[in-house]
Design a protein around this ligand. Structure first.
Ligand code: GLA
Length: 426
């Protein structure tokens, strides 16, 4: 009988653990990706600094390594579309455009690795990439081997030019060839973005380290809000699939580009942080202004995003203009979680709005209260009880990110609390 119970237990354990187990992306990937800012610029004569070329990625590697991004945690440097030649080589292997990548991809990957960074690349599961370059359809094994030989650490596999019906199977096949190479490669899938909420999300968790769920981000605050709203509307369905090793991906950060003000940049960083989203910058790191660099490198925001529990935040309060996301984080003190609060003011006019709430309205109940740190407004943390009103001023189309930690009980209060549970005879 014990054997039966044990085997039922083992069966349950093994059949319930389905997530891709390549040991990668245990926290949301942090890095830089070329697409949003640099798109498919292939004209290096008129756009020498912006074209998709060996030079752009070497420059970016230098900036990531020397300007504090790598130290802050941003480790993946990812080439998006438009790196390929129009044809495979005579052996049927993928090859980069020879004019823009004269040293080949391996040499570029070696340079990126020499800076202490990891190297990512883009391809497409179908016949062509979204920009029309050769896809990997029908060549999964040879291409997985090529990527491993080049030293790829992360691959974004898009879903253009492929029938959505069989997409999950195709991603499974390519994933199996990636695993066969035995090189640890973060696998970013796109079929959920192509199939919508009808996609097989269980398959995404089993096969992929992260996946795009929704449309492409453009360089605007409207886009940030649209993406945030879509994820919040569908959080009941989506959040359960996201966690250590397998993440929902709302697309790149546009902080430091042309479309967001300083406050809107804090808002995107705040929302992506509390959603436990991958943070993939897409900005010209040679030209970014220091105040935007500081948003991207904010150590408290990054530690909330990288919290090992990996719990995606929930939109817990929606008051029209004021929306509050909450995300449980470490440390726990006597069974009480810490939290991040992302408070966003969607108003697009007027001045700062004072948002008032108490922590018990959000279910926080630590008897000794909490300390609150306002991440983007450095000052000493304040301590509050769970019923004390908290007032936070939030700029229009701006945000405040709060780190809320339980206060450890003092010796006297923990003694008193224990005494409450002593049998009455004492
Ligand atoms: C799709 C993806 C984008 C980018 C482009 C490249 O639109 O969603 O992120 O990779 O393709 O062509």
């Amino acid at each position: 009988m014990y054997t039966k119970i044990l085997s039922i237990f083992l069966l349950y354990t093994f059949t319930s653990v389905h997530a891709l187990d390549n040991g990668l992306a245990l926290t949301p990937p942090l890095g830089w990706m070329s697409w949003q800012r640099f798109r498919c610029i292939t004209d290096c004569v008129n756009y020498p600094d912006d074209c998709i070329s060996d030079q752009l990625f070497r420059d970016t590697a230098d900036r990531m390594a020397e300007d504090g991004y790598l130290e802050a945690g941003y480790e993946y440097l990812i080439i998006d579309d438009c790196w390929l030649a129009n044809e495979r080589d005579s052996d049927g292997r993928l090859q980069p455009n020879a004019d823009r990548f004269p040293n080949g991809i391996k040499d570029l990957a070696d340079y990126i690795h020499s800076k202490g960074l990891k190297f990512g690349i883009y391809e497409d599961i179908g016949t062509n990439t979204c920009a029309g370059y050769p896809g990997i359809d029908g060549q999964y094994e040879i291409d997985a081997n090529t990527f491993a030989e080049w030293g790829v650490d992360y691959i974004k596999v898009d879903g253009c030019y492929e029938d959505t019906a069989g997409m999950e199977d195709k991603y499974a096949q390519f994933g199996a060839y990636l695993n066969q190479t035995e090189r640890p490669i973060v696998y970013s899938c796109s079929f959920p973005a192509y199939k919508g909420l009808e996609a097989n999300y269980t398959a995404a968790v089993e096969l992929c380290n992260l996946w795009r769920n929704y449309g492409d981000i453009q360089d605007s605050w409207d886009d940030v809000k649209n993406i945030a709203n879509w994820f919040a509307t569908n959080q009941g369905f989506l959040n359960k699939f996201s966690g250590p090793g397998h993440w929902n991906d709302p697309d790149m950060l546009i902080v430091g580009d042309y479309g967001l003000s300083y406050d809107e940049s804090i808002a995107q960083m705040t929302i992506w942080t509390v959603m436990a989203a991958p943070l993939l910058m897409s900005v010209d790191l040679r030209k970014i202004e220091p105040e935007f660099r500081d948003i991207l490198q904010n150590p408290d925001a990054l530690s909330i995003n990288q919290d090992p529990l990996g719990i995606p935040g929930l939109l817990a309060w929606n008051n029209g203009n004021v929306r509050i996301w909450t995300k449980p984080i470490l440390p726990q003190v006597d069974d009480k979680d810490s939290y991040a609060f992302g408070i966003v003011n969607y108003a697009n006019g007027g001045g700062p709005h004072v948002v008032e709430f108490t922590l018990d309205e959000f279910g926080l109940d630590n008897a000794d209260g909490y300390t609150i740190k306002n991440v983007f407004e450095p000052s000493d943390p304040v301590t509050v009880s769970v019923t004390e009103p908290i007032q936070i001023s939030v700029n229009p189309s701006g945000a405040a990110l709060l780190q809320v930690n339980p206060v450890a009980p003092s010796y006297a209060s923990s003694l008193l609390r224990k005494m409450k549970y002593l049998p009455s005879i004492y």
